[in-house]
Design a binder for this molecule. Structure first.
Ligand SMILES: [Ca+2]
Length: 400
């Protein structure tokens, strides 16, 4: 190549960016137009699959999320007695499976401590995978469809990874997987530590790099710190809270949702909100790629109070609750995190009017748009189709 200066290296570079972009979950060409950390469009993550439509954590729910346009699907991980990783929201499988209807497992009902709280029921850690496979999933929320109860199996993490690949091939997109290590301390106590099992499985699929289509999330800290030197896969520190204070707009704290349980074990007294200060975020930056705060840390909600100090029933349905709150101006959390190079993914977006602040007027897309405009990098939604539709509206708003 004699005339090296004339070679269009910039075109080659663009072509390479185009190729690598196509291989990345949620990536699209022409970055830099969005206020996200990487300049690409915000990610839609199918929360527990398609929790708004089908029972949580089923292959059918994950498949629907992919068909509805989700970039990532989210399996929560717990371990079985024989050390297999399965997708469940809690070690306690009483509310999300039909285990109580299986007389052969009646003797396995017990009381165990999870994050310091006594729970009575059936626990995945007392079942082999073969036993788990005889159970069927059920919808834990009474106000959502019960029509699919008893139909679907409890998937293994391996089945979720395989589904992401096979369904991704069908829709022509790389589908990311966003596993959460559930109650890491509980699993260590049970002799079923999650992290090494998770890494082994991810390695088997070649998911070891920062650009692998995987993000690992946890509410605890020390297990993410343990994972950091062992994998380049992106890590996200989740930030929880107990409830809302509708008067102040602040998140409130009470055990076990006051702080990461490994902090409680270690005698630390700071609450979760210490994580979203600039100093807290700088600490997270040492071991994670992003932060996953509960929504009100980004957009607080408040009630309207009368002179007697009573919160007003804004929607006039006779009850005073979340649906009577008004969304407030955003905190600086997203920009504070972005300044440190941390991406921000928040949760959970839901369509039902009772799960929306009053000022969104029953239109869930208004909530998505508010967060997209802030430069949010990704969100967990029970209704991926609505999230993707709102993102399309956002793209139009940006003239794209
Ligand atoms: Ca009301």
């Amino acid at each position: 190549m004699k005339n090296i200066a004339a070679f269009p290296f910039h075109k080659l570079a663009l072509a390479l960016i185009g190729v690598s972009c196509a291989l990345l979950a949620g990536c699209q060409d022409n970055p830099d137009d969005f206020a996200t950390l990487d300049g690409k469009q915000p990610l839609v993550i199918g929360h527990r699959g398609s929790a708004g439509y089908l029972p949580d954590h089923t292959l059918e729910g994950y498949r629907l999320a992919i068909q509805n346009g989700a970039d990532f699907i989210e399996p929560d991980l717990v371990a079985t007695k024989d050390g297999e990783l399965i997708a469940r929201h809690e070690p306690n499988i009483t509310a999300t499976t039909d285990v109580a209807e299986h007389p052969e497992f009646a003797a396995l009902q017990t009381t165990r401590k999870v994050d310091g709280v006594d729970e009575t029921g059936w626990f995945a850690t007392d079942f082999t995978l073969a036993e788990i496979k005889t159970l069927r999933a059920k919808q834990p929320l009474s106000d959502r469809s019960q029509a699919y109860n008893g139909l679907y199996q409890i998937p293994t993490f391996r089945e979720v990874l395989d589904l992401a690949k096979s369904e991704g091939a069908k829709v022509g997109r790389v589908i990311g997987v966003y596993p959460e290590t559930k109650h890491p301390t509980y699993h260590v106590d049970a002799g079923l530590k999650l992290e090494d099992r998770l890494l082994t499985m991810l390695s088997e699929y070649g998911y070891t790099k920062k650009d692998s289509p995987v993000i690992i999330q946890s509410f605890e800290v020390s297990n993410l710190q343990y994972l950091r030197p062992l994998t380049q896969v992106r890590l996200v520190q989740l930030v929880d809270g107990n409830d809302y204070d509708f008067k102040t707009g602040k998140v409130t704290f009470a055990a076990p949702f006051d702080r990461p349980y490994d902090w409680t074990r270690a005698g630390k007294t700071e609450n979760f909100d210490s994580m979203v200060t600039p100093a807290g975020l700088a600490e997270i930056k040492k071991y994670a790629d992003g932060v996953g705060p509960w929504k009100p840390y980004i957009v607080p909600v408040k009630g309207q109070y009368d002179a007697a100090g009573l919160m007003q029933d804004l929607n006039g349905d006779g009850a005073v609750n979340y649906a009577d709150t008004v969304s407030q101006p955003a905190t600086s959390l997203i920009s504070d995190a972005h300044k440190l190079g941390l991406m921000v993914h928040t949760w959970t977006f839901r369509n039902e009017a009772k799960r929306l602040a009053f000022d969104y007027q029953g239109d869930p897309k208004q909530e998505y748009l508010q967060f997209f405009r802030l430069g949010l990098d990704g969100l967990f939604s029970d209704f991926s189709d609505t999230a993707v539709s709102a993102r399309s509206d956002y793209l139009k708003e940006l003239g794209r």
